[in-house]
Design a protein around this ligand. Structure first.
Ligand code: GDP
Length: 297
């Protein structure tokens, strides 16, 4: 389907001299291919441009060691730069959940995979870290969403806060906190309402919940297939609510991981997990190496 970057560059360099250092012209030709590969991987144009600039600075004049071809050398420089941009601070899979009960706020647009991801993370905390987790849906406009979380909870053996009609999201969040304290829970996860677009009401509601519980982590869940839109959504949520980490969903799809690079370069936020399917186990800790491999092809 895609021609890998290594193959492309191999072809380009076969036609060029095999001198001892990469010449400016060699690098220019190679970088054209790098740019195309990034765009094919769904990296946004401005991000691809600035990434290529950074690689150009590193590649020009770089010595080509005897054991590799110039193409391999450029691929290595691109690979190392990808890892540098994709890697955030700390261990992505380790959430800040000391001082129980620790609130985790889940935010994002409707349909991005927020509710499913909430259950996936709860399951992971329970099984890998032995945590006692409580989940609560704050989506008072969509009873079906509240039901969905309850069903997922019973599937994975994680408690959900009983649904009480007529409460607003802040009241539910406070009830979750009380129940989590009384019940000896380590973590309570608040699945906020999503909308199709970011609007004032959505933001005001998420901000009110944030102020009520002071979350230890605010995780933004975005559809990784939406590329540039995912990045814009992240910027907006971060400005208005404050985001501590990002989860990219639908990474089982056709996208080649470019959204991860754009997300890191534009927002600087750490990517914590990637979701790779509808099943409750389809969640992986974000690994820069794996995404870099996907982008390079
Ligand atoms: P929410 O509206 O943000 O809470 O989204 P949901 O959690 O309800 O997910 C919307 C749809 O996307 C559901 O059908 C999920 O099964 C599906 N979904 C969620 N995450 C993934 C994923 O990583 N890959 C795929 N293929 N589907 C997903």
């Amino acid at each position: 389907m895609f021609e890998s970057l290594s193959d492309r560059l191999g072809g380009v360099f076969d036609r060029l001299t095999k001198a001892g250092a990469l010449s400016a012209d060699d690098v220019k030709t190679a970088l054209r291919e790098v740019r195309v590969a990034l765009l094919e991987a769904d990296v946004s144009l401005p991000v691809a441009r600035s990434f290529v600039k950074a690689v150009e600075a590193k590649a020009t004049g770089a010595a080509v060691t005897k054991s590799v071809t110039p193409g391999q050398q450029v691929v290595k420089i691109v690979h190392d730069e990808l890892i540098a941009v994709l890697t955030g601070e700390g261990d992505p899979g380790r959430l800040k959940i000391d001082n129980p009960p620790a609130p985790i706020l889940m935010v994002g647009l409707q349909g991005g995979g927020k509710t499913t991801t909430t259950a996936k993370i709860a399951k992971r905390l329970k099984e890998r870290e032995g945590k006692k987790v409580l989940m609560a849906s704050l989506d008072t406009n969509r009873p079906a969403a509240m039901e969905q979380l309850a069903i997922l909870g019973s599937q994975i053996g994680v408690d959900t806060l009983p649904i009480v009609k007529g409460e607003d999201p802040v009241q539910i969040a406070k009830r979750a906190r009380t129940q989590a304290s009384l019940g000896g829970y380590d973590v309570y996860m608040l699945d906020t309402a999503g909308r199709l677009h970011i609007d004032q009401e959505l933001i005001a509601q998420a901000a009110a919940v944030r102020d009520a519980v002071n979350p230890r982590e605010t995780l933004l869940v975005v559809d990784g297939l939406t590329g540039q839109v995912a990045v814009e959504v992240a910027q907006e949520f971060d400005e208005r609510i404050g985001v501590s980490g990002v989860v990219l969903t639908r990474m089982d799809g056709d996208g080649r991981g470019g959204a991860a690079l754009s997300m890191r370069q534009v927002t600087g936020k750490p990517i914590r997990f990637v979701a790779t399917g509808e099943k409750v186990d389809a969640l992986e800790t974000f690994e820069p190496e794996r995404i870099a491999g996907r982008i390079l092809g």
